[in-house]
Structure formats: structure tokens, C-alpha cells
Design a protein around this ligand. Structure first.
Ligand SMILES: [Zn+2]
Length: 249
């Protein structure tokens, strides 16, 4: 495909994907936009995983490695559409950028992967070794990695290319993420007689101090780990005149 035609095909697919609102768990419309694009390029065979992700496999005539293009199609919500300079679901072009929810995370990359897979199939006419799998992944923003794992089980890739925005830098891995909830339990009492109870928040502050002394491990490629407190809640809240008997962090 000539560069100009490639660019316009890519831009219009990206705009159509942005126009299809796709909160996690509500990806039907965006998946059907993608399907229609593949159908328009002569691809009729689709697979879905158990969560509803769209999988397209482009097979070469010879055996070889399986390369997976992985892009999630859901986005985070838009709680304040009025504060956007450009409407979030129109895919407007301003300067040389497309604006809209999910344009960089990651409907831009999803469009590029879909167009590239179709162009490759067209140009190669199947004369290549291995297969190229495109996956439009659902529910990534809420269950990161869950659908991606089910897709990997289906296509067993040798190489996975994920289209997450990395400022045009090639990133070769991700540190992953875990959430740890710590709970301390005390004894309630009236704040006028705190000695009759045990303040769960004080226990928690001790625990936090200890946890902060831990040095997260450093990975030789991915760098230092991060350990950060994000929430702290005492109970009852508001405490009024009660020594809190429970604290969650
Ligand atoms: Zn993302």
C-alpha cells in the first residue's frame, strides 16, 4: 500500500475506534468497528477469547514463529468531558495529532497493528514463514493481563509486541504490579479514656514505618522496584470521640 493510502487508512480507523466509546466491559462497539475493518480488507475469520477479545490470525505458507500484536481496546472513563479542549469521542485532528479518549492509550497503536497486519498479508500473499496474530484485548484497564493471558494460551506466541505508549522508546518488559492491603485491629474506647482502648492507627503507623524500611528489589533490566502507600482509612470514620479500632492501608 502506498504511504499516503496507508496513512489515511490508519487515521480513519483510529478516528472510528475513538468514536466507539469503550469503557472496560463495554467493548462490543469498538470490537465491531475493528471487525468491520478486517472484513473490508478481506479477512473473514475471527476468534474470540472467553472475555470477548478479538483475535485475527494471518498465517504464512510455511511453519515459523508466531508473532502476537497485542493492543487493548478499552479505555478509562471521561469524568469531565466539558473540561476537554477537543471532544473526547470525536477523534478530531488538530495540527498533526488526533485527540480523543484512548488515542494514545491505545487505539492509535491498535489501528497501526491492524493496518500493518492487513498490509503485510496483502503484500506477502501468505509467502512467509510463521504467523502474525492481532489481538484487540478487552478489560485491560481493570484486569491488566487477564485477557492477554487467555489470548496467549490460544495462540502460544513466540514474540509479543504490546502497543502501550512509551514515548516512542522500545521498552522490553514491565515490572508488574501488586496491591497489598494491611489491616490493623485495636480496641475501641472513648477518646476521653484512650488508655481503655488501643488505637489501631498508631499500630498502622508503626507498620508503615517498618514497611518503608524495606528496600524493593532491583531488576537488572527493569530497574528498581517501587513500594508506595496509596490509601489509609481509619474506622469508624468520622471517629467523633472514638479511638479507632480498625485501620486499613
Ligand atoms: Zn494502556
Amino acid at each position: 500500500m502506498p504511504v499516503q493510502a496507508y496513512a489515511s487508512s490508519l487515521i480513519s480507523l483510529c478516528q472510528n475506534l475513538i468514536r466507539a466509546k469503550s469503557l472496560s466491559g463495554q467493548e462490543e462497539e469498538v470490537i465491531s468497528v475493528l471487525k468491520n475493518y478486517f472484513v473490508s480488507r478481506g479477512i473473514q475469520t475471527f476468534t474470540t477469547d472467553e472475555y470477548g477479545s478479538l483475535i485475527v490470525t494471518v498465517r504464512g505458507k510455511e511453519k515459523g514463529p508466531v508473532i502476537l500484536f497485542d493492543g487493548h481496546v478499552d479505555t478509562v472513563p471521561v469524568p469531565d468531558p466539558d473540561s476537554w479542549t477537543h471532544p473526547p469521542f470525536e477523534g478530531r485532528i488538530h495540527g498533526n495529532r488526533i485527540y480523543g479518549r484512548g488515542s494514545s492509550d491505545m487505539k492509535g497503536a491498535v489501528s497501526a497493528m491492524a493496518v500493518a497486519a492487513c498490509d503485510f498479508l496483502e503484500a506477502s500473499r501468505g509467502n512467509f514463514a510463521g504467523s502474525l496474530v492481532f489481538a484487540g484485548v478487552v478489560q485491560e484497564e481493570v484486569f491488566e493481563g487477564v485477557a492477554a493471558r487467555s489470548i496467549s494460551k490460544i495462540c502460544d506466541p513466540d514474540v509479543v509486541i504490546i502497543g502501550e505508549a512509551t514515548g516512542l522508546q522500545l521498552n522490553i518488559g514491565q515490572r508488574g504490579r501488586a496491591e497489598i492491603q494491611v489491616e490493623t485491629l485495636g480496641v475501641p474506647a472513648h477518646s476521653a479514656n484512650p488508655e481503655k482502648g488501643f488505637n489501631a492507627v498508631y499500630l498502622m503507623t508503626d507498620a508503615i514505618r517498618k514497611i518503608r524500611e524495606i528496600t524493593p528489589p532491583r531488576h537488572p533490566v527493569l530497574g528498581p522496584g517501587i513500594l508506595e502507600l496509596t490509601d489509609i482509612k481509619s474506622s469508624p470514620y468520622p471517629g467523633a470521640s472514638v479511638v479507632p479500632s480498625r485501620c486499613l492501608a
